[in-house]
Design a protein around this ligand. Structure first.
Ligand SMILES: Cc1cc2nc3c(=O)[nH]c(=O)nc-3n(C[C@H](O)[C@H](O)[C@H](O)COP(=O)(O)OP(=O)(O)OC[C@H]3O[C@@H](n4cnc5c(N)ncnc54)[C@H](O)[C@@H]3O)c2cc1C
Length: 361
C-alpha cells in the first residue's frame, strides 16, 4: 500500500508520520521549502489537537508554551474583558514559534524508514501518471496541471485585509493569558510564547503597500496594557483570504490542507482544521485496515461527505465571528456592554467557546 503526499508543509509532514505509524509506505514529493529561523510567525494548537499530535511527536510539549486563559476585548474598554475562556482542567492553547515546530517535526519525519523523499518541480508533476502508481495521492500544493484543472471551484472571499505578525519582547511576567482586541480596523491578538515574549497578530484593512514598522509598533503600544519595556522583532505580512474548495477529490487524488480551506486567523484555527482533517482521514484508514479492505478512493468519497459540511460550518462560523465583531467594534460602549450581556447565553458565545475548547461545532 503506497501513498503519495505532494508538498512538505506542516500538514504534509504530520500526515506522513500518521500514515507511516500504520505501516503504510509514503512518498513525499517536495520542492525546496524551508521555514526561516528569523520568521516572526507563530501557531496556536488547541488542546485536543495537541493531544493527537503529542501521540505522534512525544517531545512536542517541550517546544510549546501553554495558554491558560483567553480574553476578548473591545478596543474602547481594555480594562474589562467582554469574554473570558478558562478551565481548571485543560490549557486553552499551546503556542509554538512556527519555524521551531516545523524544524522539530521535519527532523522527526525525514529519516523514517517507510518514507521516500522525492524532490521535483511541483508545477510540472503529471498526476495522471502518478495516480496509477499510487493507491492514494494527497495534494497539499495544487500547483500542477491536473489539480489546477479539477480543484479550482471555490467559495471565496477577500477580507481586503492583511495580517502583520511580530514578536514583542518585554519584562518577565506570568504570561499565560492570550488576548484578542477587536478594533475598527480589525482584530489584534497578543499571544504569549514565553514569560518575556508575546506573538502579535494584527489584522488590518489593506492600504497601498505594507503598513510601515513604526505605525505597527505605535498600534501595538496603543493597545498594550499588559506588558512593560517593549522591543519588537521584524514584521512579516500575509494576505487574508477565505476560501473553501467545492470538490475535495478527483480519481484517487485528494486536495488537502490550507488549499482545501483557508480562513481568517482571528481564532487561530486554520491549521487546527487541517489537524481535524488528518484525524478523520486517519480514523477512516484504520477502519479499512481493521476490516481487511483496500485503501482506495472510496475513502475519499467518505472523507468529502463527512468533512465538507463540517469544514463549511466551521469556516462560516469563524467568518461570522469576524463580521460580528467588525460591526460590534463600531457600536458605542454602552450598547456593546448590553449586547454582550445578552450574548452570554447565546449560540454565538457557545460556538466561540467550543471552537476555542476544540469540541467542534
Ligand atoms: C498570521 C497567521 C496566523 C495564523 N495563526 C494560526 C494559529 O494560531 N493556529 C492555527 O491553527 N492556524 C493559524 N494560521 C493558519 C496556519 O498558518 C496554516 O493553516 C498552516 O500554516 C498551513 O500549513 P500547511 O502545511 O498546510 O500549508 P503551507 O505551509 O502553506 O504549505 C502548503 C503547501 O505549499 C508549499 N509551500 C508553502 N510555502 C512555500 C514556499 N515558500 N516555497 C515552496 N513551497 C511552499 C508546501 O510545501 C506545501 O506543499 C495562521 C495563519 C496566518 C496567516
Amino acid at each position: 500500500m503506497k501513498i503519495c503526499i505532494i508538498g512538505s508543509g506542516l500538514t504534509s509532514l504530520i500526515l506522513a508520520k500518521n500514515l507511516i505509524k500504520k505501516n503504510l509506505y509514503v512518498d513525499i514529493i517536495y520542492e525546496n521549502y524551508q521555514k526561516e529561523p528569523t520568521s516572526a510567525r507563530t501557531i496556536g494548537i488547541t488542546n485536543q489537537n495537541f493531544q493527537f499530535l503529542e501521540n505522534l511527536f512525544p517531545n512536542l510539549k517541550s517546544r510549546s508554551f501553554s495558554i491558560k486563559e483567553i480574553q476578548i476585548f473591545n478596543h474602547n474598554d481594555l480594562d474589562s474583558a467582554l469574554l473570558k475562556f478558562r478551565s481548571n482542567k485543560i490549557n486553552q492553547m499551546y503556542m509554538f514559534k512556527y519555524y521551531e515546530i516545523y524544524n522539530y517535526i521535519i527532523n522527526e519525519v525525514k529519516n523514517l524508514k517507510k518514507l521516500k523523499k522525492i524532490k521535483k518541480n511541483l508545477k510540472i508533476l503529471d498526476l495522471n501518471y502518478l495516480s496509477n502508481k499510487y493507491d492514494l495521492i494527497i495534494d497539499t500544493n495544487l500547483q500542477n496541471k491536473f489539480s489546477k484543472k479539477y480543484f479550482y471551484k471555490k467559495i471565496k472571499k477577500d477580507y481586503f485585509s492583511k495580517a502583520y505578525v511580530t514578536i514583542l519582547y518585554h519584562d518577565k511576567i506570568d504570561n499565560s493569558v492570550a488576548r484578542q482586541i477587536f478594533t475598527k480596523k480589525g482584530p489584534i491578538a497578543f499571544l504569549p510564547i514565553s514569560n518575556d515574549s508575546t506573538s502579535i497578530v494584527i489584522s488590518h484593512k489593506k492600504s497601498i503597500g505594507d503598513l510601515d514598522k513604526s505605525y505597527i509598533e505605535k498600534l501595538i503600544t496603543k493597545y498594550n496594557k499588559f506588558y512593560n519595556n517593549l522591543k519588537f522583532s521584524n514584521i512579516q505580512s500575509f494576505d487574508l483570504k477565505f476560501s473553501l474548495l467545492k470538490s475535495y477529490y478527483s480519481k484517487n487524488i485528494l486536495a488537502f490542507g490550507d488549499k482545501l480551506h483557508q480562513i481568517h486567523p482571528l481564532a487561530g484555527q486554520g491549521f487546527n482544521m487541517n489537524i481535524r482533517d488528518i484525524k478523520y482521514l486517519s480514523k477512516e484508514i484504520d477502519q479499512k485496515i481493521s476490516l481487511g479492505l483496500l485503501i482506495d478512493n472510496t475513502i475519499l468519497e467518505e472523507f468529502e461527505n463527512r468533512r465538507k459540511s463540517n469544514n463549511a460550518v466551521f469556516a462560516g462560523t469563524i467568518d461570522f465571528i469576524y463580521e460580528f465583531f467588525q460591526v460590534e467594534s463600531r457600536a458605542p460602549k454602552f450598547l456593546s456592554k448590553k449586547l454582550f450581556n445578552l450574548l452570554n447565553n447565546s449560540k454565538l458565545l457557545s460556538r466561540y467557546s467550543s471552537i476555542i475548547a476544540d469540541k467542534g461545532i
